[in-house]
Design a protein around this ligand. Structure first.
Ligand code: PLP
Length: 456
């Protein structure tokens, strides 16, 4: 029998949905370095950023003064369709591990897009609509971001054009159909609809495509279409701010139960879910109000924090977005085709990069077979089939719980379960068939792409 002291699931009421996002930059002693204009290498101004992003989002990108940014009522109304999301006490996993630790996870996979990305998609679509734009373009690799954006655009009546990396387009027809059902047009990339796509096709007929190429096509289309902007689903500070809805709800649910976290863990691709989960607690940490540890978990195949360099780099392989100072493997780094597609990003949020450099954030890397072993244990004990990305956090939470088993301390461990694994059955099949392999890049490979960092 479960103890009734703390409920298995803590749900907040609709009226407890946060009214403002959290922005940790005002309390950071060392601020993240400014974004730079890719042409001039000077700090990007609001005017310059507004050509790429919606004006309100550009303001959020530059905002280092407001700790709280009000969530527009229309966005809160949409959030009500799937939020507040539950905070679960992983009683069954604890029992299986025989740990004295108390493990909690915040589940973000209970919406149709299947991940936390919807939290920012809806905000970005809202500001685009409010500014009078007609459409947005984006790229999608694994498909989560494209799906989230399609849902958000359907809600606000914006056209949405998604360039989907060709091999995903062919391998994940279900993702594609979800996007089309929400009204998005989905083009396999490279395509003959853009100059850059035609060039790549001419040079490499039959190519499976890449994220870099899909970004370049999405940007070209945005620049050539009136009242259109290109949008990004991670890395940027505005995205991290939108994702703080996760951390704020987690904080409220923990407080409701009188629980103080000792360690908070999240997987890190571009850093948006991790930053969203931890920064409300990091703000308190910096002000001496808690003594929590924060851990980023990245794939061994794409280890930006643990093996990258803290330097200015392009956010996109297409080299059109502003330059950000971040832990990076170099924007030309080509990560192996691991099964956690959402974590195959060369860089890291500039806010998290600064927190890591300041030793407030810790980082670790994990191989994918270890990740799937953790995913299997989690599915069999807690019931939910986790996304491969989220399973990186599960792996690290299990390690922390096993450490507590040795020390005998009943620490409170919290991790972010960012998504469901329903769209990742090909990956689970490889794992179940015992043919999944691990990939760890050599130092030479990393040095090669780092040697091509922009000279700033
Ligand atoms: C995209 C994605 C991630 C990684 O993105 P972040 O910006 O680092 O949060 C993690 N989990 C899931 C399920 C995703 O779709």
């Amino acid at each position: 029998m479960l103890t009734t002291e703390i409920p298995y699931k803590t749900y907040l009421g609709e009226d407890e949905l946060p009214k403002a996002w959290y922005n940790v930059r005002p309390v950071m002693k060392n601020k993240p370095a400014p974004l730079l204009n890719p042409a001039t290498h000077q700090p990007a101004t609001l005017d310059e950023l507004s050509r790429v992003f919606c004006t309100e989002l550009a303001k959020q990108e530059l905002n280092e003064t407001d700790e709280y940014i009000p969530i527009p009522q229309e966005v809160r109304d949409f959030y009500k369709m799937y939020r507040p999301s539950p905070l679960v006490r992983a009683y069954f996993l604890e029992k299986a591990l025989g740990t004295p630790a108390h493990i909690y996870y915040k589940f973000e996979g209970n919406n149709t897009s299947g991940s936390h990305k919807l939290n920012s998609a809806i905000a970005q679509a809202y500001y685009a609509k409010k500014q009078g734009l007609k459409s947005v373009t984006t790229e999608t690799g694994a498909g989560q971001w494209g799906t989230a954006l399609s849902m958000a655009c359907a809600f606000f009546g914006l056209d949405c054009h998604v360039y989907m990396v060709k091999c995903s387009y062919d391998q994940k027809p279900h993702r594609r159909e979800v996007m089309r059902t929400y009204g998005a047009s989905v083009t396999p990339s490279p395509s003959d609809t853009t100059a850059v796509g035609r060039k790549i096709l001419a040079e490499n007929p039959g190519t499976a495509g890449s994220l870099g190429c899909a970004i370049s096509e999405a940007v070209e289309t945005a620049l050539n279409t009136p009242d259109c902007r290109y949008v990004l689903g991670s890395v940027l500070s505005q995205v991290l701010v939108h994702q703080t809805i996760i951390g704020l709800e987690t904080k409220a649910a923990l407080e409701k139960n009188g629980v103080t976290p000792d360690v908070i863990i999240g997987c890190a691709g571009g850093g948006s879910n991790l930053g969203g989960l931890i920064t409300p607690f990091v703000g308190d940490f910096i002000q001496g109000k808690n003594n929590c540890r924060f851990i980023a978990v990245e794939p061994a195949a794409c280890p930006s924090l643990t093996r990258g360099r803290y330097a200015y780099d392009y956010c996109d392989t297409g080299m059109v977005c502003p330059l950000a100072k971040m832990y990076t493997l170099g924007c030309t780094y080509m990560p192996a085709a691991i099964h956690a597609g959402g974590l195959r990003y060369h860089g890291m949020s500039s806010i998290l990069s600064q927190l890591y450099d300041d030793k407030i954030l810790e980082a670790t890397s994990v191989k994918q077979t270890q990740v799937f072993e953790a995913a299997r244990l989690f599915a069999r004990t807690e019931g939910t089939l986790p996304a491969p990305e989220s399973s990186h956090a599960i792996y690290a939470a299990i390690q922390e719980a096993l450490r507590c088993k040795e020390t005998g301390k009943a620490e409170n461990i919290v991790f972010g379960l960012t998504g469901t694994g329903y769209f990742d059955m090909m990956s689970y099949q490889k794992f179940n068939d015992g043919i999944m392999t691990d990939y760890v890049p050599t130092d030479e490979e990393i040095l090669k792409s780092l040697s091509r960092l922009p000279n700033v």
